[in-house]
Design a binder for this molecule. Structure first.
Ligand code: NAI
Ligand code: GGE
Length: 284
C-alpha cells in the first residue's frame, strides 16, 4: 500500500510556501496530488498561492497558516485534514529554520527556537498524523527534511542546527520498519545548498524567543546573505522527492559535494570502534 501514484492522494507540506517545500508542493501538484501548504508566514503563503494561480493545477492547492511548534494548532490541522479529505496520504515535514550563531553566546532561547522547529515540529507532524494515516488504511508516506549537515561534522556556529537535523535522521531511520508494517513509507531528505529563504531565520523567530537570544547579530548578518547562483532549484529537489517517495527510498540526497566529509565522519566512528575480538577479551 505504499504510494505508487500521486493521483487522488492528498499531501500536507509544512514550510510549503517557500524554497524546498514550495518546490515539493509544485511537483506533487503537477504529478496529480492535492496539496495543502502549511506555513507559519502569511507573506510566504500569499506569494506561493499567487504562483499557482491561473495554472492548470491551481484548484489542487490550498494553504493553511500553521506554526509547527504548536501542538494544539497541529492537532487542529490534523483534525481538519481528517474532516476535509478523510485524512492525508503524504506528510512532508519540511518546515525548518537555518539558525546559526556563536555557540558560546547561545542562550536557551536559541536552543528552544532551533530544536523547537527543526525536531519538535517534525515530531509534532508524526504524532498528529500517524494515527489517521494508519487508520484510513490507504497507506502513505512521510518525508522529513533533515540536511547533509546531519551527516558531517559541522562548524560550531551551526551546532544547534546540526544536532536538530541529526535527531530528525535517527528518528526517521528508527521508525521506518514499524511504519512500513502499517503501509507507510518513510524518507529522509538530505539537501545540500538549495535556492531558498533559509537565511531569513530571524523573521521566523517568535517574539518570546527573540528576547535574550545570543544570535541577534549573527542572524541580522545572515539576513543579508545572497542566494548562490550555483545552488539547486527547489523544483529539482521536488522531483527527487517525488521519485524518492515512489521508490520508498530511505535517503534522498541532492548533492555529492560533501561526500569526503561524510566518509571522514563515518570512518572516524569506525576507527574508534573496537573489533569484536577486543570486546570479547573484556567479556562484553
Ligand atoms: P525557506 O525559509 O525558504 O522555507 C522554509 C519555510 O518554512 C518558510 O516558508 C517558513 O515560513 C516556514 N517555517 C519556518 N518556521 C516555521 C514554523 N514554525 N511553522 C511552520 N512553518 C515554518 O527555507 P528552505 O531552505 O526551503 O528550508 C526548508 C527545509 O530545508 C528546512 O528544514 C531547512 O533546514 C532544510 N534545508 C535547507 C537547505 C538549503 O540549502 N536551503 C539545505 C539543507 C536543508
Ligand atoms: C544554503 O544555506 C544553508 C544554511 O544557511 C544553513 C544550512 C544549510 C544551508 C544546509 O543545511 C547545508 C548546506 O547545504 O548545511 C551544510 C552541510 C554540509 C556542509 C556545510 C553545510 O552548511 C554550511
Amino acid at each position: 500500500m505504499y504510494i505508487t501514484d500521486f493521483a487522488g492522494r492528498t499531501a500536507f507540506v509544512t514550510g510549503g510556501a517557500s524554497g524546498i517545500g514550495l518546490g515539493i508542493a509544485k511537483v506533487l501538484a503537477q504529478r496529480g496530488a492535492r496539496v495543502v501548504i502549511a506555513d507559519l508566514r502569511s507573506d510566504h503563503i500569499d506569494n506561493a498561492l499567487a504562483q499557482f494561480a491561473g495554472g492548470g493545477r491551481s484548484n489542487a492547492v490550498t494553504a493553511l497558516q500553521l506554526d509547527v511548534t504548536s501542538r494544539e494548532a497541529y492537532a487542529e490541522a490534523a483534525a481538519r485534514m481528517q474532516a476535509d479529505f478523510g485524512g492525508i496520504d503524504i506528510l512532508v515535514n519540511n518546515a525548518g529554520v537555518g539558525l546559526e550563531g556563536p555557540v558560546l553566546q547561545a542562550t536557551y532561547a536559541d536552543y528552544d527556537f532551533g530544536f523547537g522547529v527543526n525536531i519538535g515540529g517534525v515530531i509534532n507532524g508524526f504524532v498528529s498524523f500517524m494515527p489517521q494515516m494508519i487508520a484510513h488504511g490507504r497507506g502513505g508516506h512521510i518525508v522529513s527534511t533533515a540536511s547533509l549537515a546531519a551527516e558531517v561534522v559541522m562548524p560550531a556556529h551551526l551546532a544547534i542546527y546540526a544536532a536538530s537535523k541529526a535527531a530528525v535522521c535517527h528518528y526517521c531511520e528508527a521508525v521506518k520498519d514499524e511504519l512500513g508494517s502499517h503501509g507507510l513509507g518513510v524518507s529522509i531528505l538530505l539537501p545540500g545548498p538549495i535556492k531558498s529563504n533559509i537565511h531569513q531565520a530571524q523573521q521566523n523567530r517568535p517574539e518570546h524567543l527573540r528576547i535574550g537570544s545570543g544570535f541577534g547579530e549573527s542572524e541580522a548578518q545572515l539576513a543579508q546573505r545572497q542566494v548562490g547562483d550555483s545552488w539547486m532549484e527547489p523544483e529539482e529537489v521536488g522531483n527527487m522527492v517525488a521519485d524518492g517517495i515512489l521508490a520508498n527510498r530511505t535517503y534522498i540526497v541532492t548533492h555529492g559535494i560533501f561526500k569526503d566529509w561524510q566518509r571522514a565522519r563515518a570512518q572516524a566512528v569506525l576507527d574508534a570502534t573496537p573489533d569484536v575480538a577486543d570486546a570479547a577479551v573484556r567479556g562484553i
